[in-house]
Write a protein that binds this ligand. Structure first.
Ligand code: SF4
Ligand code: SF4
Length: 252
């Protein structure tokens, strides 16, 4: 029997679901290998049934996200968080708990008339704050190779092995000149989990931390070093929080 799979999006830009749709060379093989029950972005007749694997993108930022996530968790044997919003809160979590009302006003104006229940915002948080997550594949968006190898591993009954080392390791493997050492740039490679092949430093751009932090990321050491290099403390904090605000806040 083919594994029953569902693909879902909570509050997010849907970029991770698009990564899957953009795997054009592999898409037909994927669809043939699984029993795709629900993928609203690509399917007009989703069936919300029991699942072997659910892939969930996005942060929990509204009450309806939470209800949807809890329902998916109840139905799915394995729940995979895809993307940095689902893993760390990502961009939605930049809006802190006390900021939601102000952000709503800035975006929609003060005279907004919404359907009751439409704006039941919650402080944006990663999935693991609410339900058990069996596997987290970070990235903004996720890397197609990690998605495909992850899917292949799951189809064989294994959990994929994802890198735990920082972007700096990939940067060194590419023999890049270090932007932090050479230019004093605010590169977050030392804190950020690898998997992108050090894409940005390889293009002479400092890492923004879009894949979220490594385990035991030493925020304080990076903060202190960037201060020594003359970076503005507010800018450093904003940079550290851009993709993993809940994690950075815990370490502050
Ligand atoms: S450029 Fe950035 S990612 Fe590369 S080694 Fe330096 S700090 Fe690490
Ligand atoms: S180098 Fe950093 S910002 Fe660039 S893709 Fe990799 S993790 Fe994201």
């Amino acid at each position: 029997m083919k594994p029953r799979v569902g693909i879902y999006g909570l509050t997010s830009c849907a970029g991770d679901q698009l990564v899957l749709l953009n795997c054009e060379d592999e898409l037909l093989d994927i669809v043939a290998a699984v029993d795709l029950r629900s993928f609203v972005m690509a399917q007009s007749d989703p069936a919300e049934t029991e699942l072997d694997v659910a892939f969930v993108e996005g942060a929990v930022a509204q009450l309806r996200d939470l209800r949807m996530l809890q329902d998916i968790r109840q139905r799915a044997a394995l729940l995979v968080a895809i993307g940095t919003c689902a893993t760390w809160g990502g961009i939605p979590a930049l809006t802190g708990e006390n900021e939601v009302a102000g952000a709503k006003r800035r975006v929609y104006g003060s005279g907004i008339k919404a359907k009751p229940g439409f704006f039941e915002n919650l402080p944006p948080t990663p999935l693991s704050r609410h339900v058990k997550v069996d596997l987290a594949v970070p990235g903004c968006p996720i890397e197609p190779e990690q998605l495909l190898t992850g899917l292949a591993s799951l189809l064989h009954g294994d959990l994929p092995r994802l890198p735990k080392y920082p972007v700096c390791a990939e940067c060194k493997m590419k023999e890049n000149s270090c932007l932090l050492v050479r230019d004093g740039a605010a590169c977050l490679g030392p804190l950020t989990v690898a998997g992108c092949g050090a894409r940005c430093p390889s293009l002479n751009r400092p890492c923004m931390g879009c894949r979220g932090p490594i385990e035991e990321a030493n925020y304080f050491a990076e903060y202190r070093r960037l201060m020594e290099l003359g970076h503005d403390p507010k800018e450093i904090r904003l940079r550290l929080q851009t993709f993993a605000a809940p994690a950075a806040a815990l370490e502050a």
